[in-house]
Design a protein around this ligand. Structure first.
Ligand code: NCD
Length: 303
């Protein structure tokens, strides 16, 4: 089901695809700190035109743990893009040099364009404000590992739900499951209407809230994202909403004992560091699971 596929949008993956990925990722956890030599001789090209820490490193580590090699760049500095080379030409070269390409770009649609140009599979490591499908897979994988299931969970999404590509992809991927989603944000930062229409048409149960306290007691998962400053078109709008939410220990007083707090990271100030020491904090575990999850993804595509 995964073989040779591009990974561009979370909408392209079914529940069965995700379950196969999760089972494989669970198997890969045993090898996340060692080596499973199944992709020897294969090369991954990493083309990151936008900053990244976790996504890039976990893709690279995953490929190396599988016995493959990695080439690539981050930031266009030092590449021919600086001389004016087009994205399509850069991708054609990477395609010739490698077996799989992972791309991150500030513009929406860059990964799709790359997939059209390249014969090798292309994986979207985040483009623009809309798509970050592998992060969504990782987010749901973390829930599946923590609760042993996804169906039946009450999931709160908190923060900049409009510009965060992780939220958009997460909503699309969650539409495969029987969950309830609480969208908690200032009105201006609600997800795009197009996304809401899509997930509702797939039967996802949604409700809108501005106040965390109002729903905190119901949640099994609270997924927090930073206000995506770099994606605001109007800086005045940013000034209005910055610092709208901050998850602190007192906010969690009325939460279920089993509530888990997730965050794709990086965080700025939306989660008080004192939350890290509580049993609710699972965001560092989530980041760690990025390695086995991406090992599974690469393995399923390339093997
Ligand atoms: C996210 C991203 O780049 O979209 N980071 C990540 O991949 N873990 C989230 C963010 O930048 O806020």
């Amino acid at each position: 089901m995964w073989r040779s596929r591009d990974v561009i949008s979370a909408r392209d993956f079914t529940r069965a695809d995700l379950e196969e990925l999760f089972e494989t990722a669970k198997y890969m956890e045993k090898y996340a700190k060692s080596r499973l030599d199944v992709l020897r001789g294969k090369i991954m090209a990493v083309a990151f035109f936008e900053p990244s820490t976790r996504t890039r490193l976990s893709f690279e580590v995953a490929m190396k743990r599988l016995g493959g090699d990695v080439v690539g760049f981050w930031g266009a500095e030092g590449t021919s893009v600086e001389k004016g080379e087009t994205l399509a030409d850069t991708i054609k070269m990477l395609d010739a040099y490698s077996n799989i390409i992972v791309i991150r770009h500030r513009y929406e649609g860059a990964a799709k364009l790359a997939a059209e140009v390249a014969e090798s599979p292309v994986v979207n490591g985040g483009d623009g404000a809309f798509n970050h499908p592998t992060q969504a897979m990782l987010d749901i994988y973390t829930m599946w590992r923590e609760f042993g299931r996804v169906d039946g969970l009450n999931i709160g999404l908190l923060g900049d739900l409009r510009h965060a590509r992780t939220v958009n992809s997460l909503l699309e991927a969650l539409a495969n499951f029987n969950v309830r989603v609480y969208l908690i944000s200032p009105e201006y930062l609600r997800p795009r209407a197009e996304t809401i229409d899509y997930v509702r048409s797939r039967g996802l149960k949604l409700s809108f809230h501005t106040n965390v306290e109002e729903v905190i007691g119901e949640l099994d998962v609270m997924y927090v994202v930073r206000i995506q400053k770099e994606r605001f078109i109007d800086p005045l709008e940013y000034e209005k909403v910055k610092g709208s939410y901050r998850v602190a220990p007192d906010m969690l007083r009325n939460a279920k004992k089993s509530l888990i707090v997730l965050h794709p990271l990086p965080r700025v100030d939306e989660i008080d560091p004192r939350v890290d020491a509580t049993p609710h904090a699972k965001y560092f575990k989530q980041a760690a699971l990025g390695v086995p999850l991406r090992m599974a993804l690469i393995y399923l595509i390339l093997s």
